[in-house]
Design a protein around this ligand. Sequence first.
Ligand SMILES: [Zn+2]
Length: 351
Amino acid sequence: MGIVKTVAAAIRSRKSAASEVARLERLVASWEDDAERTTTELAALEASASAVVHAEDPRAAAREAAGKAMELRFLIDGARAAAETSRLQLRDAREELALAQAAEKRQEAAKLTAEADELQGKVDELLRQLTELDGATYVPEPALDYEDRLDVMARDGRYTYPTRPRSDVLRDEASALLAEAEQMERPVVEERRDRAEREAPVVPSASISVPKWDDIDGMSQVSCSVSNGTGSATFEVFLGAAGNEVVTLPDAQGRRTWARRVKLQAGGGSAVIRCNGQVLAEEHRPGTLMNDGVARWWVDATRCPGCRQLAPVTKRAPSPTSKRTDGAVLAIACQRGCEIRSRDLAAQGQR
Ligand SMILES: [Zn+2]
């Protein structure tokens, strides 16, 4: 049977993963012992340093002791580094062991499912023959509901559960094994994903969100952030009249996000965020802040070709010469409600 063979293979690989874990545990312990023993030896040597004055040739004795101490420090560093490397290998080996144990459970589950399928096939064939022979449909007796069981207990003094079909029992065992396998794999998968995220270089990102065109008192949100990972990123934030900033993330407090609220829209305005010479976000708002003595209003306006009143521009073509949105007016929102066709706007040309 193919499946039995794969269960055996799963057991073999689980056993070899387990013996690798045991080997690395011994290795880590032996490097740690080495480091500790040599540290003790060095401490003893240093404690006896003053004894060199009693030596026949103190100068030579001091030189010898210094050479020995240097050698011991070298050995301690080496042993500590080796222990650290082995600890990392041990961590990986323990994860591999957990995955191998999970794989073994999956194989066992597959074997039980195959048994259940085989059994089911035989039972279905027998049921088919029974139905053909007897005309009735035969089904396993289901267990009664709780209420009905109570009735039977009251009547007969006891209730005997009907025997469950063996294929159902096998399938339950298989799904329990699969759940266990899932539980073993999940922490390993999550830990590896977190580790990959931590060890990857940071990815910088930035955004600028601006209020709607008619919200002249709203603030724009300018923000930069870096992903989880190692290293840092420096952002150059240009905020026009609001001043410029240089932001390095993570900052001294370990924060990975920086944000500032500024008025970008009053009088038009712009913001650009660069990192490593690359523009991550930029926003340019055309126009001027209008003030009629009663109210202030936004900003990018043109005369409505219908009523000749100032109307806010709601859409402009991108400018061919710069990134600023000072291209041709494509749409306006006339405050008097004129229906404006784009042809009329085009005929009017630019402001
Ligand atoms: Zn109008």
